[in-house]
Design a protein around this ligand. Structure first.
Ligand SMILES: C[S@@+](CC[C@H](N)C(=O)[O-])C[C@H]1O[C@@H](n2cnc3c(N)ncnc32)[C@H](O)[C@@H]1O
Length: 193
């Protein structure tokens, strides 16, 4: 588990509440592998995780972390854009999809997630989701391009059918307005309001 009060720790607590052993989950932005390891632990040895990243460096780092934890067997690492997840995710239904946007910490800050592909990927994730499943998106606005991505997501979520999806936004009220925040989208299966 990460730093107390850190956005990733809080998102793990929330997403973890949706996952059971044997579930299928997707890490849409593997990065340094923290979320992939978290998901792999939660789904257990009978579950499965797909982890996407466009950078080989990120997938190598994720693989190293998974091996250290003895979790490599239950994860498929995919070097592809998350906007293509529909083509790769064969085990369904999917119970959780995590997005952690922005750039790979400690690496090239010019390789970032971008509005067009992020929107496509979030839409694909919502389509893959089982009723009762969840998509989390952690959003960073402090880097060039971050605000545009945040605005694009706000527009998408404000138009999602409230009977099919419950969309929550979590942000710090006592930190900088540039601090990261998250969306948690639950598929209610048409019973939401
Ligand atoms: C903030 S990092 C992810 C952190 C990661 N979840 C962790 O636990 O360490 C964002 C990652 O998104 C990746 N990325 C950027 N565009 C992408 C795309 N279209 N599809 C998949 N990954 C992408 C970057 O390469 C970067 O590694």
């Amino acid at each position: 588990m990460g730093r107390p009060g850190g956005i990733n720790t809080i998102v793990h607590h929330l997403v973890g509440g949706y996952l059971q052993p044997g579930d299928v989950a997707v890490d849409a932005t593997a990065g340094n592998g923290h979320d992939t390891v978290f998901l792999a632990q939660k789904v257990g040895e009978k579950g499965f995780v797909y982890a996407f990243d466009i950078q080989l460096e990120a997938l190598d780092q994720t693989e190293r972390r998974l091996r250290e934890e003895g979790l490599r067997e239950r994860v498929q690492l995919i070097q592809a854009g998350h906007e293509e997840m529909d083509r790769y995710v064969e085990k369904r239904p999917v119970k959780a999809v995590m997005f952690n946007l922005g750039y790979l910490p400690g690496s090239d800050k010019k390789v970032i997630t971008r509005p067009e592909t992020t929107l496509k990927a979030v839409q694909a994730a919502l389509n893959l989701l089982a009723p009762g499943g969840v998509v989390s998106i952690t959003v960073y606005t402090g880097h060039p391009g971050g605000e545009e991505e945040s605005d694009a997501l706000a527009t998408l979520f404000s138009t999602l059918d409230g009977r099919e999806f419950a969309v929550l936004k979590g942000f710090y009220v006592n930190r900088s307005s540039k601090a990261p925040f998250f969306y948690l989208v639950e598929k209610t299966g048409g019973r939401g309001r």
